[in-house]
Ligand binder design. Sequence first.
Ligand code: S3P
Length: 186
Amino acid sequence: MPDDSAPSSPSLPYEGRTIALVGPMGAGKSTVGRRLAEKLGREFYDSDTEIEKAAGLSISEIFSRHGEADFRRGEKQVLRRLLELPPHVLATGGGAYIDAETRALMKEKAVTVWLNADLETLWRRVQKRDNRPLLKRADAKAHLSHLVTEREAYYSQADLHVHSKDGPHTNTVASILKALQTWTPE
Ligand code: S3P
């Protein structure tokens, strides 16, 4: 016989939604996102990876062969598709949340988390890989700083704000999980 007296685990509003990480290049969206997904037993998607799969080209190749505007169109399409999938963890590219329609769609379908870090941390992390076409320029650090400043007005519209400090990613995952407990739909 079912035990009616057993306390049922309360479900929290975020459990029915995709958790979308937004924020600048180097914030750790993909690494942290993958770990968060593991912790929650959810699927993990990375919008950049999905764009690369759909195009059969790397992000750098898309930028150099087709230009940024084409990349942005693909990014928007891919996000629209991913946001229709059952609740998962989604890492988005640093420019994705700047588009007004994508932002509105994420507001509707996901819980958005702005993953941020200070400029020195972002800069150190992005230098580890040579896969970011927007930073292939002599003044890359100044440009990263400019993008971060320019985009803050958009990132700050995310539902939750989490600072990714230096140190183990598990700390950032824990901060996100804590923030998620507080989230309620508007
Ligand atoms: C971009 C960020 C990149 C990638 C592309 C453009 C941006 O993703 O989408 O190079 O505009 O900030 P990450 O944030 O994962 O590096």
